[in-house]
Write a protein that binds this ligand. Sequence first.
Ligand SMILES: [Zn+2]
Length: 289
Amino acid sequence: MRKLAISLLSVFAALILSSLPLLSQTKVKDLKSHYMQDYAWMRLAQIVPKVTDRVILPIGTVESHGACAIGTDNYIPQNFAELIWDKCNALVAPAVNHGTTGASVARFPGSITIRPEIMEEYLYDVMKDLIRSGFKNILIINGHGGNTDPLKKAMTRLHLETSAHLLTVDWWKIGFDAAAQVYGGKPQQSGHGDLEEAALVLSMRPDLVDKEMYEKLGKDNVGRAGVEDGFFMVPAWATSRLPEKGFGYMDFDVKKAKEYTQKKADTITSVFLEAVQRWEMNEEWKKGK
Ligand SMILES: [Zn+2]
């Protein structure tokens, strides 16, 4: 009788096990969460690299942005991560929310700046431990121009030391066609606190673009923070910059903002997926396959 019970139990266990998908066939979307920090370390060790060896690291800064929230550069990359993790089959790492804010806006209320040499080391340490935890393919979504150089230096060092694959995107330098398609005008690089940056914020949190303050800033000079190349000033006389007069003024149309944001997100997804595919192909070739 006892023997029968044991064998029934083992049949039952086998049935349960066979009905569970293998971890290697599971996708990030099948897990309880796509946030790396939601797991106990033992669980994370089961997930990385079996379910995925890809991670998205959003990085930004806190700085004045005209009528947009001072957290603009943090909200944007985090929102992109939300829009793309599923298609990328990637976990999302806790964001780096303090960055290298430039001197021209560093004295405005709320701005926080990390010196570039500290930022490089800080990013290096964060990414080094993502790699140590088993991630091989890292996508860094950058929300702020001052971070770009320290980030590239840290990425280069880590790749040479660990052979990990790293890709970063400065969202304002990619997919220029998206603005032209949604808002008209010729494709161009986005400015600071302008229509395109405001659109990315509006698409998720319309309350973070302050309409009253925008009107106060003055529709006609809100963007003239920059001067011609060859001049340099600190501080800037305004905290937003439009690429060109007549284009780039804020638009409070949330539907258009969502459309624009999705186009940018799709560009990031396709570049990352292609990069991973090519990196993995290279790895196979290195093994002589
Ligand atoms: Zn910004």
